[in-house]
Design a protein around this ligand. Structure first.
Ligand code: FAD
Length: 496
């Protein structure tokens, strides 16, 4: 069908665009190379253990509600969200433990316990980051921009100073908190988009605000239930979905995209093509006439990747919460290793999620499912993961044993390791970068490939590699932005 829209990739961005376009009456064909939809939001189910392989924390849940509403449905009829308390259990090498409660009175009590003079700082920080939110919500998040001309509005010029883009996340955090523990906690939010708190602009302090003000959420049954719910909604709206279908090339007719060629040779015509795959991969692999753009994007700094362990253990660790962070002793050194030296940190911060605490069916009785994530440099650095993967596993597990997970290695009954190579090959994510380009400088947002591809009409990008950025809510918002641009472009065409 010539008037259909083809979407390359059924990650959350592709699904969101498909739902919005189908709800607006478009005929949509979604092509996904993997056997299952969801992209980085995915699933491993082995030997009685279930693991979410990508996102474990959901923020801005209203973005999902809004997506269902755009299709005339209620989110609550498709999936259930729960707020997890505490939102995270933090542990430091010196034995200090901090529970970050979402309920304010409990959070204040916890701050009072480790650093009473910082309570006032917390309120000042929340007020400061709320101002950033007010300034960036319209200019960047809710209405992602397409090029500098769309961005330079009188409103942005008015709100500019609130955005706090000229100092780093860390510099701002230091101005509000005295405790090194609290500074490390608030600096960690820069990693939510795969960046360093010592390099990324203080604008990203908005992430902490969003989590504290709107909550950190979990999808009941496991994060993959979000993928299942969006798949159901898309199918109900008539979106055609072909999995195990790899696109090999975007077809062009003069200066416009006009379909795709699949790896198997089949050619499918389309009125427009929307690429949900990472734009850096797409320019290099799917758009043969765009080597210059591919080369330019390849020179830009990627976000960090991840080193992941999926462990099934035949015991429980009662001290663990659903989300846990085991911090490094030297945070600046850790980010220097990842972003400046391009090597994995020797003393990494380790994230451990145990979803079986919220969903007991995720592990056999008396067992636990541990999803372990460590920030790692994107590929292209000096790491040979085929040699490093196993020694690094021992380094990470030895650290967890030192920090209270006694005899962890003796209790592992199921294990899988993913290095940045796995993240790259599973999702065609260039360099295994989780969030596309890094946000390590104030101009990063302007470097991201735009929603409307330059130099080729009827070609669009959606998802974490474009605007407004990576992470579940932003990727879903990019689906909304694409649907709006397709509507505007179609209206323009029908006038001609
Ligand atoms: C380990 C990890 C932890 C994370 N933690 C969080 C978290 O806690 N909270 C949060 O909000 N976010 C988190 N994220 C980020 C979040 O998962 C992503 O930002 C989001 O899922 C990206 O969605 P997307 O649609 O942009 O792209 P993707 O999920 O990458 O989807 C792109 C799709 O395109 C497909 N594709 C690629 N090439 C082709 C081709 N040639 N033909 C057909 N299909 C193709 C891929 O297979 C993939 O399915 C995490 C990610 C990872 C990996």
């Amino acid at each position: 069908m010539k008037d259909q829209t083809i979407i390359v990739g059924a990650g959350l961005g592709g699904l969101a665009a498909a739902i919005r376009l189908a709800a607006a009456g478009h005929s949509v064909l979604l092509l996904e190379k993997n056997q299952r939809i969801g992209g980085k939001l995915n699933l491993v189910r082995e030997q009685g253990y279930t693991f979410d392989t990508g996102p474990s924390l959901l923020t801005m849940p209203w973005v999902i509600r809004d997506l269902f509403a755009a299709a005339g449905q209620r989110m609550e009829d498709y999936l259930h969200l729960d707020q997890i308390e505490p939102i995270c259990r933090y542990t430091w090498p010196d034995g200090t433990v901090f529970h970050a409660w979402q309920r304010l009175p409990q959070l204040i009590q916890e701050i009072e316990r480790i650093s009473p003079h910082d309570i006032h700082g917390l309120f000042r920080f929340l007020a400061y980051s709320a101002r950033i939110y007010a300034a960036v919500a319209d200019n960047f998040l809710l209405k992602p921009f397409d090029g500098i001309s769309e961005l330079l509005t009188p409103r942005l010029l008015r709100d500019g100073p609130q955005i706090d883009s000229l100092r780093s996340v860390d510099a701002a955090v230091r101005a509000y908190f005295r405790s090194p523990y609290l500074r490390q906690i608030f600096n960690r939010y820069a990693t939510y988009n795969g960046s360093s708190p010592y390099l990324s602009p203080a604008t990203f302090n908005v992430i902490a605000y969003i989590e504290f003000a709107e909550g950190g959420w979990y999808v009941r049954g496991g994060m993959y239930e979000l993928g299942r719910a969006l798949l159901r909604l898309a199918e109900e709206l008539g979106v055609q979905i072909r999995t195990s279908t790899t696109v090999a090339e975007v077809l062009r007719d003069r200066a416009a995209a006009c379909g795709v060629r699949l790896e198997c040779g089949e050619r499918i015509p389309a009125a427009r093509v929307i690429i949900n795959a990472d734009p850096r991969y797409a320019y290099a692999a799917l758009l043969p006439d765009h080597e210059r753009t591919a080369r330019r994007l390849a020179r830009l700094e990627p976000s960090c990747s991840g080193y992941v362990l999926f462990l099934g253990v035949n015991r429980t660790y009662p001290q663990l919460a659903h989300h846990n962070i085991f911090f490094s002793a030297d945070y600046p050194r850790e980010f220097q290793a990842i972003f400046q030296k391009g090597v994995p940190a020797v003393d990494p911060t380790v994230y451990v999620a145990t979803t079986c605490l919220s969903d007991p069916q995720h592990a056999p009785p008396g067992h636990m499912n541990l999803f372990i994530l460590v920030n790692a440099p994107a590929l292209g650095s000096r790491v040979n993961w085929s040699q490093e993967a196993v020694p690094y596993r021992d380094l990470v597990l030895a650290k967890l044993e030192r920090m209270g997970l006694d005899h962890l290695r003796q209790h592992i009954v199921y294990e899988q390791i993913w290095t940045p190579h796995d993240i790259q090959s599973r999702y065609n994510a260039a360099g295994g970068a989780i969030y596309g380009l890094s946000s390590n400088n104030p101009f990063s947002a302007f470097m991201r490939p735009p929603l409307r591809a330059h130099g080729l009409r009827d070609l669009y990008f959606v998802g974490g590699g474009t605007h407004p950025g990576g992470g579940i809510p932003l990727v879903l918002l990019s689906g909304k932005a694409i649907a709006e641009r397709v509507a505007a472009d179609s209206a323009k065409k029908s006038l001609h």
